[in-house]
Every structure is written in C-alpha cells, then in structure tokens.
Design a protein around this ligand. Sequence first.
Ligand code: ADP
Ligand code: MG
Length: 386
Amino acid sequence: MSAILPPATLGMLGGGQLGRFFVLAAHEMGYKVWVLDPDPNSPAGVAADRHLKAEFDDYAALDQLAAGCAAITTEFENVPAGTLDYLAKFVPVRPSADAVAICQNRVAEKTFLANNGIPHAPFAPINTEADVRNAPSVLFPGILKVARFGYDGKGQARVANHDEALAAFQAFKGEACVLEQMLKLDYEVSVVLARDEHGKVKCFPTAENAHARGILDVSIAPARASGCQRDTAEELAERIAEQLDYIGTMAVEFFVSRGELYVNEMAPRPHNSGHYTIDACVTDQFEQQVRALVGLPLGDARAHSAAVMVNLLGDIWYDPTQPGPDSHGHYREPDWSQLLAIPNLKLHLYGKHHARPGRKMGHFTVIDADPAKAVATAMAARTAIG
Ligand code: ADP
Ligand code: MG
C-alpha cells in the first residue's frame, strides 16, 4: 500500500504506557491517534486525540475505531485475536491477528519455536492433571506458567517435583499451562526489532535485562554479552519475525544459560526492555511502530549512546508511615528533584493514578558515551530514589 501520511488518524488497542509512547511518537510526526481502552484514566487514553472507553470485544466501539482510523495497531498482547480479525476487514491492522495469537498463548508460542527449530527451554503443555503426572522428570525443577494472560511473573509457580506441579496446577484452577524446565541463567537479553511490510528488518541493539520478583528491573544496552551472542540473538529474532510475517515492532526475550541462547518469549508490541531506545537511538521503538503501521520506511535504529534503563515501580511511592489517600494504599509522590538534577538522565512518568507495589509507574534512562559510566550513574540514581 502507499504510505499513510500525516495528519491521518491511527488507532491503538490498549491504553497502557506502551500505547502512550506510541501516541507521543505519532503526535510528533503529525498523526492523530484514537485509543480504545476501558480504563477512563489509562495513560494512553488521556494523551490521545480521542479515547473510546470500551472493552476490546465491544463491536460498536470497534466499528467506530475502524471508521475513524486509517490503520490500527495494538500495545496489548491479550487483545482478542477475533478483534484484530474483525478490524482487518475494514482497515490495515498490524501486526496480524495470527501473529498476535501465537505470541499471546504460551503453548502456541513454544510450539511455534519447536516447529521452527528455534532453541527454547524444554517444556510440556499441561491441560489436565494427567498431563502433570506424565510430565517428563527432566522438566523438574521447573516453572508452571498459565498459557494466557500472564505478565510480570504473574501466573507462574516454581515447582520442584510432580506433587508441587499438581498443587500449582490446581491453584491455577486447571487453566491451560506450560511446564518449563528451570534453566540456570547466566543472564537474560532481549532484541527489539521492527519489520516493515516488505520484510525489511531493523534490530535495535540487544539489551541485557535484570529482573526482580519476575518484573524487569534494569536494562543495559548494548548488552555486555560477547559480540557473537548478540549477533545470534538478532539472527534468531529476525527469523522469528519472518516466520510470523510480522509487521510492526516486536520483542524477543532470551535466556542465556551455560553460554547458549534460548528464546523465552515474544511480545507482539514494543517492549519495556526497548524503552532505552527513546533516549539512546536515532529512531525509537515507538516511532518504528508508527512507521511500520503506516507503510513508511523504517528509521535508523542505531544507538548514539550507551544506555541504562531503570524501571520505577509503585513500591517507591509506598510509605507505611503515611496515611493512604485512598483504599489503594499508603503512598506519597517520591521527590524527583535528585533524578531531575542529573544532566544525562531522562525521567519518564506514565501518569498512572494509583501506585501499587509492582506496578510500572515510570522509568528513567541514563545515556552516556561510556557504558560503564552509564551503569554507575544509573545505579547511584536508583539508590537515591529508594
Ligand atoms: P512474563 O510474561 O511474566 O515476562 P516470563 O516467562 O518472561 O514471563 O518469566 C519472567 C521471568 O522469570 C523471566 O524473565 C526469568 O527471569 C524467569 N524465568 C521464567 N522462565 C524461566 C525458566 N524456564 N528458567 C529460568 N528462569 C525463568
Ligand atoms: Mg517475560
């Protein structure tokens, strides 16, 4: 198709911080954006030109979105595939429902990896208690994950043996799961890339990711891995995007175990570990999402600086000595002055109304020509903010 040019209106399914950054990137380029999300206070909804406050399967709202938008994308991997298929009857929808459907279900995702010969942790689909009992012993110690709707370590249980796996499966109320072998991790990396309608791919520099309590904590880019591992990660990510015939920005998370790369999971959208691209790359992951959506050539994805991104979770808002302003807990706004005084630190707050422990409220990125200095400055800033 010929490119959709500004000031066309673009549609976004989902109103979280990823959607918000898409809105900001699209606005910078002169596009308008409509966001569909049921939450009246959603970070993207409040920044959008129009916010349709409706559920993702509200077909009247989907009709409105399709009528008002020249192309539609998503920031939320759990949007029903049927919704994307429906919208695609009227306007270009990128990525496709098929690609999203694979990424949103851990069984489909791991089966896809297996079918395409892409290295991944040994796993077994678990649909019944008998599946748990018959699970190969090599999967223990393992990790039982619900097949759908898990994120930030939610819907996961570490299990040492069949008995624990059975108890965990019952606690998940018999929901479809995967049982995965627990790998001994050297570290984790991710590749965020964009792929356009002609199949051209641009990878951002591989990021090295540290998690705390199952939630991304710090991303360092470029990853401190050997060049060879970085290249392999990019090659694998590119192969996955091709096999999915993916159009848009996507992320592939990897485990590095005993020096080998294993794909952990894919995200059919920009990714938290790609937030550093906002401040450190010529074109960021959200502008690439816009470009792929509207049919423009992808931008230059190279980094002009090393970067360290640190997530700001609701925990640092929490103060047990303060009376809570409402039922959401005891919290106060952190004092941002120290972070804002650091000249090569960029603070991003998502405007969420309620701070909760573990909730992603914002992040900051330190950029520096010297990667070691970026790490040191970011770690000192993190200590300062709590
Ligand atoms: P989420 O959708 O919540 O990000 P992940 O499958 O990525 O779920 O798991 C979250 C984190 O838990 C991973 O980034 C990793 O640190 C740890 N983890 C998950 N699966 C395994 C595994 N098989 N072996 C070792 N660590 C794992
Ligand atoms: Mg993950």
